[in-house]
Design a protein around this ligand. Structure first.
Ligand code: APR
Length: 177
């Protein structure tokens, strides 16, 4: 399983991977943050397709084409808004990763890139969100051969440090071989 997950710092809209995940909202009609960046880079046809999807409940995922993006597909997921941690946020955030990975596998994506879902506007504490992102992804890849590769794209050096530390600790717990 090790070697299938990487951490990079950068702008997810520039990654030439098969599928990028969008930290959207339930309307799927765009917004700020990475959602705004992805819609700007993909062009207006992305919103046109999103309008046909009828939204996406928190924790679930929906796929569209990537249009003007380097990525072939965009997997839109709505992360939970942080309300203190006792409103089901951890399970919903875990669902974002699990359902996005399931969709990436169904699409046949060779590599899928995730932003740090819910850690911006939605206020999810970075450390707690990263622990869920890594644990859910490691568990999925241990049980599935596809997608072959996953990249966590961090928009800040701070996030890249946290992701790298959490991933290293997780792989340190992996049975060798
Ligand atoms: N590439 C990679 N990561 C990015 C980019 C980018 N171009 N732009 C922002 N990010 C990072 C942020 O720094 C943060 O770590 O994505 C993470 C998620 O932050 P948000 O984009 O604010 O998303 P989220 O916290 O999930 O809130 C979702 O914000 O933009 C609206 O429509 C969106 O209502 C939804 C809400």
């Amino acid at each position: 399983m090790t070697g299938r997950i990487s951490v990079v710092e950068g702008d997810i809209t520039e990654l030439p991977v098969d599928a990028i995940v969008n930290a959207a909202n339930e309307s799927l009609l765009g917004g700020g943050g990475v959602d705004g960046a992805i819609h700007r880079a993909a062009g207006p046809r992305l919103l046109e397709q999103c309008r046909t999807l009828g939204g996406c409940p928190t924790g679930e995922a929906r796929a569209t084409d990537g249009y003007d993006l380097p990525a072939r597909w965009v997997i839109h997921t709505a992360g939970p808004v942080w309300r203190g941690g006792d409103a089901g946020e951890p399970a919903l955030l875990a669902g974002c990763y699990r359902n996005s990975l399931t969709l990436a596998a169904e699409l046949g994506a060779e590599e899928v890139a995730f932003p740090a879902i819910s850690t911006g506007v939605y206020g999810y504490p970075l450390q707690a969100a990263t622990a869920i992102a890594v644990a859910e992804t490691v568990a999925f890849l241990e049980a599935h051969e596809t997608p072959p590769r996953v990249t966590f794209v961090c928009f800040s050096a701070e996030a890249a440090v946290v992701y790298t530390q959490v991933l290293a600790a997780s792989e340190g717990q992996q049975p060798s071989g």
